[in-house]
Write a protein that binds this ligand. Structure first.
Ligand code: GLC
Length: 740
């Protein structure tokens, strides 16, 4: 009797332990750990170091001649850029049929915002303030990539960016940690689902760990230097959200952080990532970032670079081969331990097992082509682009335009450009797939409408030869729509700019068209905020269309002709001039906050201190009224929660979406605090005349910060809570936190 009772009790304990304590391994996890241990025990040093190596394929997706031999010898565990079911299967068969231990190859690729169907750039998608859109786009991207043999994407990019001179601002979710964390969770879930061994999911990669976006001068690959408080409050949250969402890998970055390059930084790679956050996936370096430790002046030579990166917590080396080539001597000299090597291999094998790569190493070649760029995938890309555009100005309802206009002039270097809407990281997207604005407009308007086109000028260069034709068609038309901005190679990696002005003669083209006196609508196709003050000042309507992906042209036409009511909000502050940069909404108040009539306050002599457009800003074809801010209590405990609610009414004549934003300000604390911090947002749809009550729950925990002792604490005192349609037009109330 006793033994039966004891067994029952034991079983209850095990089940309870497994459910209550996530760290108690479930049977499948312990099964995986057993398989890893068994494999590890059979591996030679060369085979172990081989698992730590990733090498680059060809730009067209084929592998390199040396790859099959390396894989056959067990000396290559992963590739990047090798893609297409045929190419990946061919290499995988070498691993599974001809190598000694049959460890499958992990195929990685930059599926940043789409594989073959390209979605709006991440900065555009963040403008939707709709994480569900991001989850949908990354889910479709995962499906297309998986069907093409790709099992791992180097995304989502989670770098907070406060400096639009940095070309990689295009790849992230903007300047705010709360919005960035929401999109981090959504993108990891979209790529990985709840089980990334599923046939339509792939492994994700939180990058670039960490603070790469704080690069001095906005100059790519440059130094970053900041307090640990700023690091933890601004740059960590999106990565923490990704780790909590179960991201399987993290990519270390290029930048030097406070004197210790992030690809050899024990504080970020081990103390925080593994010690504090319990991340149990693996870390891949960025492209040759291990070798670059020598340039940084941290490593004296190749062996030193390998030693520093491995001992700090980098597990897989992308492209440079120092782990492979120098590992044996470092081990012999006791500069790295066998345990360190084994732990790196264990982490990589763990992810390969979780991916189901051992059981399902191949890709069904028959499914590939039919699953790419399907009508439903295109429709999703269009719908997400519809929601990502930001209406910056619309004087006297210049927009939407009538589809029955007699004549329209479509002008500009980006009016019929197939490449720029795909952005810098265009995956396997093909320019010929792109619907350009000109095509979208022609498809949208009535057959009787005369649509003329003139390029006018290029995005770069000094020629104005095309101006005459552009001006002529504008003169002959009811309205002119001018498409200016940036071409694909002007954004993304290694695309920092010292000026945010329109390049080439684009601004002069807009002025020449505007001078005809015809209504001139400007549409921006770009990957970062641009200093377009003259356009905002002088033209009746400005639409920020970003680089909207394969279906950009159709989505732009949807908005221009009113089939879609624009609802995007800026995820980055929009400067008047590059001289204001860095400029961001969650800044400190200073001891002398700017006052218009007081010289001795923090402002400029030559420009207003305010941005051209604030964080969270965006217009609609209808109007919304936010009122009646109510708090559930005047005070809460430091472990309590506060209910915040407002009325939102659509007081216009058509349905639309509003993004209601909630900010807080800690009035007086043991450290200076930002004048406002985003702590909630809700995107709601309202019919004309409809009114809804919108409720937020504010947990006291959300009001804490990292203090002087580097502890996260919620302090007592007065707080402001602010709610509105952007970070400037805010209803305000106050409440108090009283420590228990
Ligand atoms: C690049 C980028 C990184 C990308 C990797 C592979 O240099 O920094 O974002 O994922 O190399 O292409």
């Amino acid at each position: 009797m006793r033994s039966v009772k004891f067994t029952w009790l034991l079983m209850i304990f095990v089940v309870l332990a497994a459910t209550l304590s996530p760290r108690v391994a479930t049977s499948s996890q312990s099964e995986t750990e057993k398989r890893i241990g068994a494999l590890l025990a059979r591996m030679t040093l060369a085979e172990k170091l081989g698992q730590l190596q990733q090498l680059d394929g060809e730009g067209n997706g084929t592998f390199r001649p040396e790859h099959p031999d390396l894989i056959r010898e067990g000396l290559l565990g992963s590739t990047l850029n090798v893609r297409g079911a045929k190419n990946t299967n061919q290499l995988q068969h070498v691993a599974m049929d001809e190598s000694r231990l049959k460890i499958p190859v992990l195929f990685g690729f930059d599926v940043i915002h789409g594989y073959r169907t390209i979605f709006p750039i991440p900065l555009a998608e963040a403008s939707s303030w709709d994480p569900a859109s991001a989850q949908r786009s990354t889910s479709i991207a995962a499906q297309e990539a998986r069907n093409s043999g790709v099992r791992w994407t180097f995304a989502p990019m989670l770098d907070i960016a406060r400096d639009p001179r940095w070309g990689r601002i295009t790849e992230g979710a903007g300047e705010d940690p709360f919005l960035g964390a929401a999109f981090a969770r959504a993108r990891v879930r979209g790529f990985q689902g709840t089980d990334y061994s599923a046939p339509d999911k792939i492994l994700a990669c939180a990058k670039h760990w960490v603070a790469y976006g704080a690069t001095e001068g906005g100059r790519d690959y440059n130094t970053t230097d900041m307090s640990e408080n700023t690091l933890r409050e601004i740059y960590f949250p999106p990565f923490k959200a990704a780790v909590d969402a179960g991201v399987g890998t993290v990519m270390s970055a290029f930048n030097d952080l406070n004197g210790v390059p992030t690809s050899a930084n024990p504080f970020t790679l081990t103390k925080v990532l593994r010690g504090e956050w319990k991340f149990d996936g693996f870390v891949v370096s960025d492209y040759t970032s291990v070798k670059e430790l020598i340039n940084h002046g941290l490593a004296a030579d190749d062996p030193d670079a390998a030693r520093l990166a491995l001992n700090a917590g980098v597990d897989m080396e992308m492209v440079s081969r120092l782990f492979n080539q120098r590992g044996p001597e470092l081990l012999k000299e006791g500069k790295i331990s066998q345990a360190t090597i084994d732990e790196a291999v264990r982490r990589i094998l763990r992810i390969k097992f979780r991916l189901g790569l051992f059981e399902h190493p191949y890709t069904d070649e028959a499914r590939e082509s039919s699953s790419l760029l399907t009508a439903s995938n295109r429709a999703a890309a269009r719908a997400i682009a519809d929601r990502s555009m930001v209406l910056l100005k619309n004087e006297r309802a210049a927009l939407p335009l009538s589809k029955a206009l007699h004549s329209i002039a479509v002008i500009g270097p980006l009016a019929d450009d197939h490449r720029s809407p795909l952005g810098w990281w265009s995956g396997d997207g093909k320019p010929e797939d792109t619907v350009t604005p000109l095509t979208g407009i022609r498809a949208k308007v009535s057959p009787a409408t005369k649509v003329s086109y003139a390029k006018g000028c290029d995005t770069q260069g000094d020629s104005t030869e095309g101006f005459a034709e552009a001006v002529a068609i504008a003169r002959d038309s009811d309205v002119a729509i001018v498409f200016v901005g940036e071409s694909a190679e002007m954004v993304g990696e290694a695309a920092s700019k010292s000026s945010l002005d329109l390049t080439g003669r684009q601004m002069d083209l807009v002025k020449a068209v505007h001078a005809t006196g015809k209504p001139t609508i400007v549409v921006l196709i770009n990957g970062r905020p641009l200093t377009v003050g003259w356009i905002v000042e002088n033209t009746p309507a400005v639409l920020e269309a970003w680089m909207g992906g394969t279906e950009a042209g159709n989505a732009i036409a949807d908005v221009l002709f009113g089939d879609v009511n624009p609802s995007g909000k800026l995820p980055v502050t929009w400067p008047r001039t590059v001289g204001q940069v860095p400029i961001y909404y969650n800044h400190m108040n200073t001891g002398r906050p700017p006052e218009a009539n007081n010289r001795y306050t923090s402002k400029y002599l030559d420009v207003p201190w305010t941005p051209l457009f604030p964080f969270g800003y965006g217009l609609s074809y209808t109007q919304f009224k936010i009122s009646n801010l109510q708090l559930s209590a005047p005070r809460i405990s430091s472990a309590g929660k506060l209910m915040v609610s407002v009325d939102v009414e659509n007081v216009g004549r058509r349905a639309g979406d509003e993004v209601v934003q909630l900010y807080i300000h800690d009035v007086a604390a043991s450290m200076t605090r930002p004048v406002k911090e985003l702590k909630g947002f809700q995107r709601i749809t309202l019919a004309a005349g409809e009114k809804k009550r919108v409720d937020f729950t504010l947990e006291a925990e959300q009001l804490g910060f990292w203090n002087r002792e580097m502890r996260f604490a919620v302090e007592s005192g007065e707080f402001k809570v602010m709610v509105g349609p952007n970070s400037e037009e805010l209803l305000e109330a106050t409440f108090t936190i009283e420590n228990q």
